[in-house]
Design a protein around this ligand. Structure first.
Ligand SMILES: CCCC/C=C/CC(=O)SCCNC(=O)CCNC(=O)[C@H](O)C(C)(C)COP(=O)(O)OP(=O)(O)OC[C@H]1O[C@@H](n2cnc3c(N)ncnc32)[C@H](O)[C@@H]1OP(=O)(O)O
Length: 280
């Protein structure tokens, strides 16, 4: 949970500052199914800044500890699942905060990738970069039409590290993944279905969530411990590798982002996003 200072005029007429907890995610557990839905709520695009990442991590941990039967991740934004890392965190960054942002992105990924209960993403909007990372950490993906999903880091002049790519590689054939990553390709919903990057298309967020519930329901008669250990067997190598490299990875990320040519590229990219938004 992140906190924000709100200013208001009290009865004495004096302006007071109050620290108010602002939730950037919500967790709702369905009483009938026992499935938890984690909703990201950082308008307009669920840009993954430090506070959102901390909130996602704490919500995943809440779900881990509340005996939920499954986890569905989705977004409160009508058009965007998540636009990935908040680019403002990477542009002219505060070094300590940038380190914390990348560490928390790592934490969110390994918690979501490694959680034992079944996971599914109801991708109710665009999911580039870090949005795709969250979706591909899950076991199942349902997406609404006419959106984009993929790892476009090379378009920003940055390289997605191995752990960030490993979810992609669990899903896509190596050849498709290599080409998509080197191109920084963003797949449309139809292309993503064709390549197997998503499992189903749904016409609305509600339908996407229902399909995720149905997927998680397929495990109803499977022993949960056997299921969890089997999932772990498939994911343990990637997680082991990640833990070996995670500290070096933070250093690499910082030195890459701080390179003058990368800063210049991010600045131009941000400018392009702003221009596009102003035209709409
Ligand atoms: C070792 C290094 C590895 C680094 C790895 C990094 C992983 C990452 O996640 S990098 C982030 C990459 N993300 C993107 O490239 C996505 C950029 N955004 C978009 O393509 C589009 O915004 C969208 C397709 C997600 C949504 O399009 P839509 O038309 O609905 O919204 P917009 O008008 O474009 O945006 C609204 C508003 O939000 C700002 N914004 C969008 N994305 C980001 C972002 N990732 N970070 C910060 N801000 C973002 C955009 O500038 C608009 O702002 P204003 O209204 O203030 O102009």
């Amino acid at each position: 949970m992140s906190s924000r200072l709100l200013s208001f005029v009290g009865r004495t007429g004096r302006r007071r500052l109050m620290s108010t907890a602002i939730k950037l995610t919500t967790v709702e557990v369905n009483d009938k199914t026992g499935i938890a839905t984690l909703t990201m709520c950082r308008p307009p695009v669920n840009g993954q800044n430090l506070e959102l990442l901390l909130d996602i991590k704490s919500s995943i941990n809440e779900i881990k500890n509340n005996n939920s039967r499954g986890l569905i991740i989705t977004s409160a934004s009508p058009k965007v699942f998540s636009a990935g890392l908040d680019i403002l965190e990477m542009y002219k960054p505060d070094q300590q905060r940038l380190r914390a942002v990348w560490t928390e992105l790592q934490n969110v990924w390994c918690d979501l990738y490694g959680i034992s209960v079944p996971t599914a993403a109801a991708i109710n909007g665009h999911a580039p970069a870090g949005g795709c990372l969250l979706a591909t950490a899950c076991e199942y993906r349902v997406m609404v039409p006419n959106c984009i999903i993929g790892l476009n880091e090379t378009q920003l002049g940055i390289i997605a590290p191995k752990w960030l790519v490993s979810g992609y590689l669990n899903i896509l054939p190596k050849r498709v993944a290599e080409r998509a990553l080197t191109q920084g390709r963003l797949f449309t919903t139809d292309e993503a279905l064709q390549e197997g990057l998503i499992d189903e298309i749904a016409n609305s967020k509600e339908e996407a969530v229902d399909k995720c519930v149905a997927f998680i329901g397929t495990f109803a008669k499977v022993n949960p411990v056997a299921r969890a250990l089997t999932k772990q067997q498939f994911r343990a190598d990637n997680l082991r590798q990640f833990h070996k490299e995670r500290e070096q990875d933070v250093d690499d990320f910082l030195s890459l982002v701080n390179r003058p040519e990368v800063q210049k590229g991010i600045g131009i990219y941000l400018e392009g996003l702003k221009k596009k938004a102003n035209k709409q």
